[in-house]
Design a protein around this ligand. Structure first.
Ligand code: BES
Ligand code: ZN
Ligand code: ZN
Length: 468
């Protein structure tokens, strides 16, 4: 879908259809027909009037969510017709929600369909009363943001046979080239040489070599330094603690954290922020075989911490442990260090499939992250650590266990595990994002179609934009 923003009265714009987003039908010319069609101005209600060539969509609130869902609903209706152009009146204050909602709602993924829809690209025209520099900037930035989310979705949706650690590394190289970032990629030899035995062990039974990906955006005027670390499990079978069949499907999405930060990096230079941004991704495949790491093994991470493996399905934290150590060893004077991972099923159980769990030692920072998420159109909530849960990852044989000794609070105990790999000076600068719920969509919601959602991308970009 092509989006265009024009400074024109909508009546003077030629298009096949007009979209009207409304919270009431009281003053609408077609009120009677709409009533007869039982149309109510409620979220996700939509009707196409072929005679007047209008699409009516309801919305209940004046917020990002409601507007983005409304335009996505309209766009889905529009794309289901043979009409090729549509127009809509927009205002500066709803431009971001409408631009992003339209592009996120129009997303489709047909890589694996033998019959592709080969239609002429559709055009959606936004008519604004006054086109200022500021509105133009909002519009262009929103297009970039949606493009980054959709690129993330493409990666997540690509199947494990086509997207394995080397593919992820190649994707990172491509992004680096396009966006003018520096890119360093290390294979297993490096992991071995640098004592990254936790990450190395997880990937040992895979026929694909694990990859440590490091992208850097370093503008000349950088005033802050942000490090993003992502879990890039291109497949998580569970390893020897094998997942049951029903839980294994969708585990191509276990790379979502890594994909999200690659998505962020794909547009970072376009935002022209005075911030140095690093993305470190641990790209690994967790498989079974004679070479697999085992429950009972003790692994030594890069910072010397020894980990008793009690469950090979708690692999994400092992990969992240070494990636967090690597990031802090290689990058000095960090202002923020954020990690992103589809880390625990417990997070999905605890807060639902729409919301990310935000954790860390710095409550103020965690709250800020949540508020950026909400501003950007994502759902997130803080999960607090406590002294009792901290005791549950103790081990009899090693420094810590990779799972807790309690059945409860699994997302928090996973966060507490990660905290062991944050050095003293970074304790308050670290935030962990458990995106296990929203990263992959099995029942479409809002403007998210089936598959990868790109969770984490918009909230991170919003946070970066707001750094003082
Ligand atoms: N990748 C999974 C977590 C996950 C579950 C993500 C569902 C998305 C949807 C992770 O590696 C895992 O398997 N975690 C275990 C941890 C357990 C063994 C302590 C889990 O959540 O069951
Ligand atoms: Zn797992
Ligand atoms: Zn996993």
């Amino acid at each position: 879908m092509i989006l265009n923003l024009v400074e024109k009265n909508i009546k003077k714009v030629n298009a096949d259809l007009e979209i009207i987003i409304t919270d009431s039908i009281k003053n609408i010319k077609e009120k009677e027909i709409l009533e007869n069609l039982s149309f109510e101005a409620k979220d996700e209600a939509v009707v196409l009037l072929p005679e007047s060539k209008k699409i009516f969509v309801g919305h209940e609130a004046q917020d990002y969510d409601s507007l983005a869902i409304a335009i996505a609903t309209a766009v889905k209706k529009f794309t289901s017709t043979k009409f090729t152009s549509a127009k809509i009146v927009v205002e500066k204050q709803n431009l971001k929600a409408l631009t992003e909602g339209a592009l996120l709602g129009a997303y489709t993924f047909d890589k694996y369909k033998s019959e592709k829809k080969e239609e002429k690209e559709k055009e959606l025209i936004f008519c604004i009363e006054k086109l200022t520099k500021a509105t133009k900037k909002i519009f262009e930035e929103s297009i970039e943001i949606a493009t980054a989310v959709n690129r993330t979705r493409d990666m997540v949706n690509t199947v494990p046979e086509d997207f394995y650690p080397e593919t992820m590394a190649n994707e990172a190289r491509k992004i680096a080239k396009e966006a003018n970032l520096s890119c360093t990629i290390h294979g297993e030899k490096y992991l071995e040489k640098n004592g990254m035995n936790a990450m190395l062990s997880v990937g040992r039974a895979s026929r694909h070599e694990s990859q440590l990906i490091h992208l850097t955006y370093k503008p000349k005027d950088a005033k802050k330094k942000v490090v993003l670390v992502g879990k890039g499990l291109t497949y998580d079978s569970g390893g020897l603690s094998l997942k049951p069949a029903d839980f294994m499907t969708t585990m191509k999405s276990d790379k979502s954290g890594g994909c999200a930060i690659l998505g962020v990096m794909s547009i970072i230079s376009k935002l022209e922020l005075p911030i140095e941004v690093h993305a470190v991704v641990g790209a690994v495949e967790n498989m079974i075989g004679g070479d697999a790491y085992k429950p009972d093994d003790v692994l030594k991470a890069k910072n010397g911490t020894t980990i008793e493996v009690k469950n090979t399905d708690a692999e994400g934290r092992l990969v992240l442990a070494d990636c967090l150590c690597y990031a802090q060893d290689e990058i000095k004077d960090i202002d923020y260090i954020f990690d992103y991972a589809t880390l625990t099923g417990a997070c999905v159980v605890g807060v639902g499939e729409y919301t990310s769990g935000i954790m860390g030692n710095n409550n103020e920072l965690a709250n800020e992250v949540v508020s950026c998420a909400h501003k950007a159109g994502e759902y997130a909530t803080v999960l607090h650590f406590n002294r009792f849960l901290k005791k549950t990852i103790k081990s009899e044989v090693a420094d810590i266990c990779n799972i807790a000794n309690t059945r409860y609070g699994g997302s928090i105990t996973a966060g507490i595990f990660l905290e062991k790999f944050i050095s003293k000076e970074n304790k308050e600068k670290w935030v962990h994002h458990d995106i296990a719920g929203p990263a992959y969509v099995e029942k479409p919601w809002g403007y998210n179609p089936f598959g990868g959602s790109g969770a984490g991308v918009r909230m991170t970009l919003e946070f970066l934009k707001n750094i003082k």
